[in-house]
Write a protein that binds this ligand. Structure first.
Ligand code: 8P2
Length: 447
């Protein structure tokens, strides 16, 4: 066993999931509907009409899933709370059964020696708040702060790593600009407002947490590094626009207190003049950043709306089932860019993984997924390269523990290191899960 890939002491080896993608039982025990309950039940909006009504039935099978995590030797588990399970109307009345579900889950994780990383918001806004304007209503900052306070009072101390938002870029690009995700709006004027209010809500939740909690809180963003397709000036500026829109739009206000200038160029008259006091709210000191990395983008100028920047397919590359190029160097480049741009803030890779076509469960209970093992090995080595280059990376969460509901793509894409038979809910650890367990056991040296 070489020490070529020795990871720092205390480095957390985990897996990540999200409430709506695995729990099922969205309305059980007093829970309220979310925008995803509505979106998925609207005909034509999800693959095959797939919904989160059952998903991985984790709401009922959570004890077995924690047992599975312990068998894999995980030292951390990143999950999200369904806001409307705890606050059915989004504000006001707390649903004790909803809070109790997460309290019992956290206790079981701690009992198994697994550190919980709790995400407050992973895309499933209470439908009752969407009826009041959702992320387009400036009151959302107060709603989110109230929810954060409820959760912090109930769980802080047992949960010591908190995340406000998961991937604000996807929430607004998917939910308000292009409409592929809940709540399914396609409006250039709404997207900047939703983005800005999400970041206001992030800041308000950090303040609310700090009034109650005594541990760590951060933000999770998806970063997709952009590489110009050519030296042509138009490709260079398109790359800059795409980078600002996807990678700087949220980290700049959160950590630097201003937006990148390209956003006004991209949105034109749809980009408001924001009140100066908003940036004081948004820019709260953070204990860590979570980076979700999947792929890169080779970018050229094109006529796409509104970015005028598009991707160039790489002929010799391997692509995943979601059409993403496998490019581990992009993860190292991303982690070094974050450190260069925003300073030495502690980092977690809070999501990294891939959907490949998995064969059915073979006799004896094997799922051979060599492409996923290769993807994970190469990306974990990329993380180690960033650590050697000086990045303060404190953990890695594979996406995902379980095959699960891939939002509008339904159950058509499998990201899990554990296979789920959705008809029987049988879990089967894939070869990648066994491989990852060995990497965890060796603290990375088996890479
Ligand atoms: N697609 N894809 C996989 C994965 C998605 O399932 C997560 O919910 C998101 O946080 C992020 O987009 C990444």
């Amino acid at each position: 066993m070489t020490d070529a890939f020795a990871f720092p002491d205390g480095f957390l080896w985990g897996a990540a999931t999200a409430a709506h993608q695995i729990e099922g039982s969205p309305l059980a025990d007093g829970a309220g509907p979310s925008i995803w309950t509505r979106f998925a039940h609207t005909p034509g909006l999800t693959h095959n009409g797939d919904t989160g009504d059952v998903a991985c039935d984790h709401y009922r099978r959570w004890k077995d899933d924690v047992r599975l995590m312990r068998e894999l030797g995980l030292t951390a588990y990143r999950f999200s709370v369904s806001w409307s399970r705890v606050l059915p109307e989004g504000t006001g009345r707390v649903n004790p059964a909803g809070l109790d579900f997460y309290s019992r889950l956290v206790d079981a994780l701690l009992e198994a020696g697994i550190e919980p990383l709790l995400t407050l918001y992973h895309w499933d806004l209470p439908a009752a708040l969407d009826d009041r304007g959702g992320w387009l209503n400036r009151d959302c900052a107060g709603w989110f702060a109230e929810y954060a306070t409820v959760m912090a009072k109930a769980l802080d101390g047992r949960v010591r790593k908190w995340v406000t938002l998961n991937e604000p870029w996807v929430i607004t690009d998917g939910g308000y600009l292009h409409g592929a995700l809940a709540p399914g709006h396609r409006n250039k004027y709404e997207a900047p407002i939703a983005s800005h209010n999400l970041m206001r809500a992030h800041g308000a939740a950090v303040q609310a947490y700090r009034a109650v909690g005594r541990h760590e809180i951060g933000l999770v963003v998806n970063i997709e590094p952009k590489y110009p397709a050519s030296d042509a000036p138009e490709d260079q500026t398109a790359t800059r626009r795409a980078h600002a829109y996807m990678n700087e739009q949220y980290l700049h206000p959160a950590l630097l207190g201003h937006y990148p200038p390209e956003l006004r160029e991209i949105f034109g008259d749809a980009w408001p003049d924001w009140p100066a006091e908003d940036f004081a709210l948004i820019r709260q000191p953070l204990d860590f950043l979570g980076i979700n990395y999947y792929t890169r983008n080779v970018t050229r100028a094109d006529g796409s709306w509104p970015l005028k920047a598009g991707a160039v397919k790489q002929p010799s590359a391997t692509y995943t089932e979601t059409g993403w190029e496998v490019f581990p160097q992009g993860l190292t480049d991303t982690l070094l860019w974050v450190r260069r741009t925003y300073g030495d803030i502690p980092l977690y890779v809070t999501e990294n993984g891939a959907a490949f076509f998995d064969p059915p469960v073979a006799e004896g209970g094997r799922v051979r997924d060599p492409l996923r093992i290769d993807y994970l090995r190469r990306h974990l080595r990329a993380v180690h390269e960033a650590i050697r280059a000086g990045c303060d990376i404190r953990g890695y969460m594979v996406w995902s523990l379980l095959d699960n509901l891939e939002w509008s793509l339904g159950y058509s894409k499998r990201f899990g290191i554990v296979h789920v038979n959705y008809a029987t809910q049988q879990r089967t650890v894939k070869d990648s899960g066994r491989w990852y367990a060995n990497v965890v056991r060796s603290h990375g040296r088996a890479l």
